[in-house]
Design a protein around this ligand. Structure first.
Ligand SMILES: NC(=O)c1ccc[n+]([C@@H]2O[C@H](COP(=O)([O-])OP(=O)(O)OC[C@H]3O[C@@H](n4cnc5c(N)ncnc54)[C@H](O)[C@@H]3O)[C@@H](O)[C@H]2O)c1
Length: 338
């Protein structure tokens, strides 16, 4: 299959590209390489995919991977409609997987505009490109944050998600509504995947696992919000990538044009237990700075993944201890020993 992966220099997009290539697919990766977090990490991920920094830095330059001829990277902004249309016109993608977005709940409090540009305008451009080219399936990233302050657990796709508590969540819910419209009007098959706190090697430096690992390794206190009374459905990256791959590869015939699925680990882990596992893997105790709840944050997430199990035989099977060990091994290798 020929697949467009947007956000290919990002955490999930990088892993997904690597996995799709290993399965023999042809992948075109795009990313604007924004500096929301350290760009060196984004370039290092691209290097793993065989794309050198000096090539990746140049906007609109198409670079073929030095390690896999089936991978090509182009730096561009989703907001750049003309360039995006041009790419669709020349590449004839079968499937589009839109992972590019301005992520992060807390950042959206200070920087609302960038969320509207990347997540709304950018997503509209993706939809328009899919509409005007014969795309067999659009798979896109939504988020567990659409559940807002939902108290009923585990979170089900049937739950009402009309009460987002951050602009980030509002843009993700908007994406689901926009996709519905395009599926309905233009018969484009779409799948929204609500990711739940993904962690693992090459993870995001704005998320708790790296923030914690970095602070603990450098003898700094870790910030523990809501006095540690938080629970997350932490999902290991390989389980996520396996689930996304299954959705990309299977025809939508049996399940209908428009679908939304939770993609999590089907479990909720206490934040303090997560920290304990990290302490064990790092061989070091954390100093915890207990803080109140942050604006826009939610106390607990837990995914019901029955829909994905039924339609795609999804089975997340990485234990927390294995996942954290893998993550810490990478963290030490990338940040401490390199
Ligand atoms: N990681 C998680 O736990 C998690 C949870 C819920 C939802 N998600 C969603 O999954 C997707 C991937 O997340 P991630 O963790 O890999 O994030 P990430 O920030 O590592 O990757 C996103 C990539 O998109 C790129 N990008 C942002 N705006 C762009 C634009 N306008 N044009 C082109 N490229 C742009 C960024 O440079 C970045 O490399 C995002 O849509 C995110 O909202 C992630």
């Amino acid at each position: 299959m020929k697949i467009l992966v947007t956000g290919a220099a990002g955490f999930i997009g990088f892993h997904l590209s690597e996995r799709l290539l290993a399965e023999g697919h042809t992948v075109v990766g795009v990313d604007n390489i924004n500096d929301y977090y350290d760009v060196n990490l984004k370039y290092a991920r691209l290097k793993e995919l065989g794309i050198g920094r000096e090539d990746a830095e140049v906007f609109y330059k198409e670079t073929i991977s030095s390690i896999n001829r089936n991978f090509k990277f182009v730096r561009l902004n989703l907001e750049d409609k003309e360039e995006l249309f041009q790419l669709f016109a020349t590449e004839n993608f079968e499937v589009v997987c839109n992972l590019a977005a301005q992520a992060g709940v807390r950042y959206s409090i200070e920087n609302p505009n960038v969320y509207i540009q990347s997540n709304i305008v950018g997503f509209l451009n993706i939809l328009e490109c899919c509409r005007h080219h014969e795309i067999k399936h659009l798979v896109y990233a939504s988020s567990s944050s659409v559940y807002g302050m939902n108290k009923k657990v585990p979170f089900s796709e049937e739950d009402i998600v009309d009460n987002p508590v951050s602009l980030y969540a509002a843009t993700k819910k908007s994406n689901e509504l926009m996709a519905h419209t395009y599926s309905h009007l233009y018969k484009i098959p779409t799948t929204g995947l609500r990711f739940f706190t993904v962690y693992g090697p090459w993870g995001r430096p704005d998320m708790a696992p790296i923030l914690f690992a970095d602070a603990i390794s450098n003898n700094r206190p870790i910030k523990v919000f809501n006095n540690g009374d938080m629970e997350r459905d932490f999902t290991y990256i390989d389980d996520i990538v396996e689930g996304v791959k299954r959705v990309i590869e299977k025809s939508v015939e049996e399940r209908g044009l428009y679908k939304i699925y939770n993609i999590g680990n089907n479990d909720s882990v206490k934040l303090l237990d997560f920290i304990t596992q990290m302490e064990t893997s790092l061989g070091k105790e954390a100093t915890k700075e207990m803080l109140p709840m942050q604006m826009g944050d939610v106390k607990k997430t837990w995914a019901n993944v029955d829909g994905l199990i039924k339609d795609y035989n999804y089975s997340p099977n990485t234990s927390l201890s294995t996942g954290i060990k893998e993550f810490i091994n990478w963290f030490k290798d990338f940040y401490i020993e390199s």
